[in-house]
Design a protein around this ligand. Structure first.
Ligand code: DGY
Length: 302
């Protein structure tokens, strides 16, 4: 799909994005915008190289010229050193997804604590035949300790949301992570993914957590060793997880899908209409920044 075919600057978007604000912004600033309509969710490197072609002023990408504007706050999918080497500016879209992502982490926390998904499946399967004292008994959040690993924008927003109720929030930073894991009833992961956070939650750390703890991950899949997690969930049926992200996304490690003590959703933490339109707009502004010579927002440069 091509907008403003005679525009001076060629900008490629590897996906269609929500809303029209981002499209208007680009075409009003003399860009020829090409939106890839390929139905495949993940484009290969070859697909992307073919899309970019010989001369391109900016690329807006979501999964993997002169500017590469990532429609995401996380940028572990971008080789920043290589981009710097070739003079390609990299941008990301922080801020607009903070509350939306924190809200999903809070939703998963509540859903896991009260076993909402299991109960919904039970109801739909026609298994409910009357109130029972033991039916889907879960955890009361009031009085529980919440540990946040990675107290950046999203982790702090999650902590604020949880503290708005009567749940005390324990503030501990990575230096005392093991202590957080031992003490918390609920642990929510919000670090960035890099070499230091790969498999941050591994077999050893899982074994330090309370047997009835709830673990939430809305950051990046490889922060958890997912094979170790599956084993841990099997051995500890009262331990629950809420996962928005997976180690080999879009796949789940064998066994995870069958476990009742896991809630799994397809990387939807930033999926509110307001946020996705905001991300698209920021991604467009970042491309224009490089083209027009004003600042490109990129967390890693600040
Ligand atoms: C991000 O922004 O990093 C998310 O994972 C996509 O919403």
């Amino acid at each position: 799909e091509v907008w403003n075919p005679n525009g001076k600057y060629r900008v490629v978007s590897t996906k269609s994005m929500p809303g029209t604000r981002w499209i208007n912004l680009l075409i009003q600033q003399d860009c020829r915008l090409e939106i890839c309509t390929e139905k495949k969710t993940i484009l290969s490197v070859e697909d992307i190289i073919a899309l970019i072609g010989d001369k391109c002023d900016g690329v807006i990408g979501q999964v993997r010229g002169k500017a590469f504007s990532n429609m995401a706050v996380g940028y572990n999918n971008v080789d920043v050193n290589a981009a710097n080497k070739y003079g390609v500016a990299v941008g990301n879209t922080p801020g607009v997804l903070t509350e939306t992502t924190a809200e999903l982490a809070a939703s998963l926390t509540l859903a896991a604590a009260r076993r909402i998904v299991e109960a919904d499946e039970f109801m739909r399967a026609g298994l409910y035949d009357g109130w029972l004292p033991h039916l889907f008994v879960g955890n009361l959040l009031k009085g529980q300790t919440v540990g946040v690993i990675g107290a950046g924008r999203i982790g702090s927003a999650y902590a604020r949301m949880m503290a708005n109720g009567e749940t005390p929030v324990t503030w501990k930073r990575a230096s005392s992570m093991d202590e957080v894991l031992q003490e918390a009833d609920i642990i929510s992961l919000h670090p960035i993914l890099d070499k230091t956070t790969y498999h941050l939650v591994n077999k050893e750390r899982l074994s330090k957590m309370k047997k009835e703890a709830i673990l939430i991950n809305c950051s990046r899949g490889p922060v958890i060793d997912e094979v170790a997690l599956v084993d841990h969930l099997k051995e500890n049926p009262m331990f629950r997880v809420g996962l928005d992200v997976f180690e080999d996304e879009p796949n789940m490690k064998p066994g995870l899908a069958e476990l009742k003590n896991a809630i799994v959703v397809p990387h939807i933490a930033s999926a509110s209409k307001w946020t996705r339109e905001g991300m698209a707009t920021l991604a467009a502004l970042n491309v224009l920044g490089k083209i027009k010579g004003y600042p490109v927002w990129f967390d890693a440069n600040r």
